[in-house]
Design a protein around this ligand. Structure first.
Ligand code: ATP
Ligand code: MG
Length: 611
């Protein structure tokens, strides 16, 4: 379960969030100066940079400003983003990416992409490729591209040095024994019986570990620090383990692999990283990283920890997301319900919306959780500006306008985007037989229902006023056809006599309608905190059984016939939709990116009402 720190304090324009905790500031970091050349090619044409104008500071930015003032690194700002290629990136990584790249960018610095590939059993080239694609899509370009595995030779040499200096030893204890000897938070650990081997013996054993003379798990190399340290990470941590496994880059060259904690700090140092940002769980590892750096006398990178992003109704852990994929609970890493960058990209989220969201949530020293509705708010805000409006009917109900000439087709002028004059207008065909949403008709209207009902006049968007005169029912008594008359004088949607109607509904002319499959998504997890499970239950028990609804026979206006994969639209009155890669010639598939209703705005309203 994640701790409760819910952020509600957001309204309208991106602004500072005041967050509790000991952060010097929880304000937004700089994402507004995304290098122009760094905007991804695909999004560059469509993407208007909507990042916030102002640049409030945050505690990490303040540290960098201080370091620049004191000339600590000779004016250099070098950061890195260090993913482990054991899964696809998720929205939490987007926060780290925006921070690493955004801050370096602001101060004319550089950012490396470095794969932390020290665990050959879980890492794959597929993940490396997807991570690179996702970073680019988000709008960033790395300066150096590195792999921790590039440093295996150097790391080994340094390990040999530590052995020779009496700072590391080979231990024959099993993993289980090492755990037992380690002690607890309240009890000191115990020295291993092998702790005092001579440097010569250790060197010989370590070399033999490297040349494959021992089996997996039979020995490890440990740093010789302090078994009584209050920091468990300093109780002689394991530096190398034996693993006869093929590595995605080094093949079978190695059968010993450095532990992440031994590789990470030195990799930073080798790249002369000045500010090494990572999430709070590594705070207690910092003394260990510093210990290695001191013993080796190498460039001291400065590690700064910030809070992990948690989102309500969302799991942000590659390991758990992998489980969803492997168990077939979703269609893949890029299932539009997944919080992975490839999932939300397929769903229709924009990189601009994600960057603005990340800038708005800022960084802090206290882990909490952010409302999913807040992310959705940024998606809507961005799509509202750029998505062309079109008409689509998801659940069609046939309407016949009895007094409209048969075989007549009129092109009605429809505005492409009221938020963007330059988007112009298009013609939408109108004819005698139309489809409207089933929801837009009620034979017996409930109170305050102003849409179509027998005897009622409504406006057809961009069309005419129509009045319902009768209905046709099937054997089950369901309305299958609605008959109307239209008033030719109301063409375009206004009555010359000034009479008003209370509802405007959208429609599609039946003859020229384009068929489509539309996939409607809801939260993947029912619980606000998906990892909140009863004993004996699993996170997957919290999956929402109704997170996907497939509408097989939606009707779209003909301008969408050739819509290309990835294009985003607003279906008027319904929401934002995006063409899915499953689309084939003659079979359009759309994902609902998000409905129009802004639940975040509602939360806000409710909150202000309560105050
Ligand atoms: P996961 O638990 O999902 O596997 P991870 O931390 O193991 O996450 P890495 O590939 O090691 O994943 O992460 C690369 C970088 O992204 C690290 O600096 C890490 O701190 C950061 N990061 C990962 N998850 C989040 C998150 N939810 N919020 C912010 N930063 C994150
Ligand atoms: Mg990790």
């Amino acid at each position: 379960m994640f701790p409760r720190r819910r952020v509600f304090a957001w309204a309208g324009q991106p602004r500072r969030l005041s967050l509790p905790g000991n952060s010097r500031s929880g304000a937004a970091f700089s994402c507004d100066k995304i290098r122009a050349m760094k905007t991804s090619d695909t999004e560059a044409e469509t993407g208007e940079n909507t990042a916030p104008e102002s640049r409030p500071s945050n505690f990490i930015r303040d540290i960098i400003l201080d370091d620049l003032k004191t000339n600590k690194y000779a004016g250099r700002v070098q950061t890195r983003f260090p993913p482990e290629p054991n899964g696809y990136l998720h929205i939490g990584h987007a926060k780290a990416i925006c921070l690493d790249f955004g801050l370096a960018d602001e101060f004319g610095g550089h950012t490396n992409l470095r794969f932390d590939d020290t665990n050959p059993e879980k890492e794959e080239t597929e993940y490396v490729d997807s991570i690179m694609a996702d970073v680019k899509w988000l709008g960033f370009r790395w300066d150096g591209l590195y792999y921790a595995s590039d440093y295996f030779d150097q790391l080994y040499e340094w390990a040999v040095k530590l052995v020779k200096d009496g700072k590391a030893y080979v231990d024959d204890l099993s993993a289980e024994e090492i755990r037992k000897y380690r002690g607890t938070l309240t009890e000191p650990g115990k020295d291993s019986p092998h702790r005092n081997r001579s440097a010569g013996e250790n060197l010989d054993l370590f070399q033999r570990m490297k040349t494959g003379q021992f089996s997996d798990g039979s020995r490890v190399l440990r740093a010789k620090i302090d078994m009584a340290s209050p920091n468990l990470n300093l109780r002689d941590p394991v530096m190398y383990r034996i693993l006869h496994a093929e590595h995605h880059r080094t093949g079978n060259k190695w059968c010993i692999y450095p532990m992440y904690d031994y590789a990470h700090g030195q990799s930073d140092s080798l790249e002369r990283v000045t500010h090494s940002m990572c999430t709070l769980e590594f705070e207690d590892h910092r003394p260990l990283y510093n210990w290695f750096i001191q013993q080796l006398g190498i460039f001291p990178s400065q590690q700064i920890e910030f809070d992990r992003l948690n989102l309500t109704h969302t799991l942000l852990s590659k390991r758990k997301l992998l489980q969803l994929v492997q168990e077939g609970r979703v269609s893949g890493w890029d299932d539009p319900r997944m919080p992975t960058l490839s999932g939300i990209r397929r769903r229709g989220y924009t990189p601009e919306a994600i960057r603005n969201f990340c800038a708005s949530i800022g960084v802090s020293k206290t882990t909490g959780s952010i409302e999913l509705a807040m992310l959705e708010h940024f998606v809507r805000q961005d799509l509202n500006k750029r998505a062309p409006r079109v008409m689509a009917v998801l659940r069609p109900l046939k309407v016949v306008i009895d007094n409209y000439p048969e075989n007549q087709v009129e092109g009605m002028d429809a505005v492409n985007n009221p938020e963007d004059q330059s988007a112009g207008s298009r013609k939408v065909p109108f004819s005698r037989v139309l489809y409207i949403e089933q929801d837009d008709f009620r034979e017996v209207p409930p109170p305050k229902y102003f849409r179509l009902t027998p005897g009622r006049e409504v406006r057809l968007r961009y069309g005419y006023f129509v009045t319902c005169t009768s209905v046709v029912k099937n054997q089950k008594g369901e309305v299958v056809e609605v008959h109307c008359t239209y008033d030719p004088a109301t063409r375009g949607g206004n009555a010359p006599d000034g009479r008003k109607v209370k509802a405007t509904i959208h429609w599609i002319a039946a003859a020229s309608a384009v068929d489509a499959e539309v996939r409607i998504y809801e939260n993947l997890f029912v619980k606000e905190d998906p990892s909140d499970v009863e004993e004996g239950k699993d996170v997957l028990d919290n999956l929402n059984p109704n997170s996907l609804e497939v509408i097989a026979d939606a009707k779209l206006e003909p301008s969408l016939a050739d819509a290309t994969v990835g294009t985003r639209y607003q279906f008027e009155r319904l929401g934002y939709f995006c063409v899915d890669p499953d689309t084939k010639p003659g079979k359009l598939v759309f994902n609902r990116t998000i409905a129009l209703k802004d639940t975040w705005a509602k939360v806000e309203k409710k909150q202000s009402g309560q105050r």
